[in-house]
Design a protein around this ligand. Structure first.
Ligand code: ADP
Length: 301
């Protein structure tokens, strides 16, 4: 089983001809509400691929909570461990202009309630997971508590990079980061040591910090993974990308789903790059995530 401890948001995507200047009022040309949040996205991605998946998180007691959960439910994610707390549901206000440029404001809202106490209320669920999936959109204390409560593998997707005790980062197996996050994390773990310029060296530097396994995502170039069995460059299939938002979350969900059934890190990354590449070919985040049949027909059959 996969247990994701993480964020649930509603993405409010507002379309404008151009981004507003300070003090300016603009009329939008359109608005959509979409379910989002890294935790929720990753849970949907894992469940679509057939993993039994539970999400530990929180939504608010406002009306947008109802917009956050439908695709989780449709994918079969167990959301009975998503608590309802007073205040707003997590909200990402995404303003996109005609040139595709965006500006984003995130209101953490109910996600701030996913702290050590919340994790301890669901400690049995977390301890029962084959893979516990964590990100940086809930309080660091919640991430630390979940990593420590886990008895299975801890998949730590440190996005965004939040300050975590190095002993918590070293529970990651694997750590999943992009190049930018890898650089920030290295600076946290080994201040002033300098950031290696190439991706293989970044991965090696993270491993040298005592992290058992690492998967570095590299957009259209795919990923590099490294564990005790070796280091591998895994290219992504060449596709026509229409919307790359949520590709990293698709990658993480797929990786978790595969590790949960006993795949090696390399095998799991080989599926995850295909799932990420599938996700960039569709609009939005959760709606663009594939089933196993979509991502890997030869395995599903
Ligand atoms: P993030 O958005 O977290 O920085 P990436 O951009 O590295 O994550 O994307 C995650 C994964 O999605 C990549 O490892 C790759 O498999 C896939 N992916 C992303 N962009 C593309 C693309 N343009 N073409 C093919 N695959 C892509």
């Amino acid at each position: 089983e996969v247990v994701v401890v993480g964020s649930v948001n509603v993405d409010q995507v507002v379309r404008v001809a151009r981004l507003p200047a300070p003090g300016e009022t603009l009329l939008a040309t359109g608005m959509t509400l979409l379910p989002g949040g890294k935790g929720a996205n990753q849970a949907v991605a894992a469940a679509r691929l057939g993993a039994a998946t539970t999400l530990v998180g929180a939504v608010g007691d406002d009306s947008s909570a109802a917009a956050a959960l439908p695709l989780l439910r449709a994918a079969g994610v167990d959301v009975t461990t998503v608590e309802v707390v007073p205040g707003p549901t997590g909200l990402a206000i995404v303003t996109v202009d005609d040139a595709g440029e965006n500006s984003i404001v995130v209101v953490p809202g109910a996600n701030t309630a996913v702290d050590a106490d919340a994790v301890s209320r669901h400690a049995g669920v977390v301890a029962g997971a084959a893979v516990v999936v964590l990100q940086g959109e809930i309080p660091a204390a919640g991430v630390a508590a979940a990593a420590r409560a886990a008895t299975g593998r801890v998949l730590l997707n440190l996005a965004p990079v939040i300050p975590l005790d190095p002993s918590v980062v070293r529970l990651a197996d694997p750590l999943v980061v992009n190049e930018h996050e890898a650089g920030l994390l290295l600076e946290q773990l080994a201040p002033g040591s300098g950031t290696p310029s190439d991706d293989a060296a970044l991965v090696a530097a993270l491993r040298a910090q005592g992290i058992a396994s690492v998967a570095l995502t590299r957009g259209a170039a795919g990923a590099i993974c490294s564990d005790a069995d070796g280091t591998h460059t895994v290219p992504a299939p060449t596709v026509r990308a229409v919307d790359t938002s949520g590709a990293g979350d698709a990658f993480v969900g797929a990786l978790a789903a595969r590790l949960a059934v006993g795949a090696s890190l390399l095998e799991a990354v080989q599926l995850a790059v295909r799932v990420g590449a599938h996700a960039v070919q569709g609009h939005g985040t959760q709606p663009s995530y594939p089933t196993l049949d979509d991502a890997l027909p030869e395995v599903a059959r």
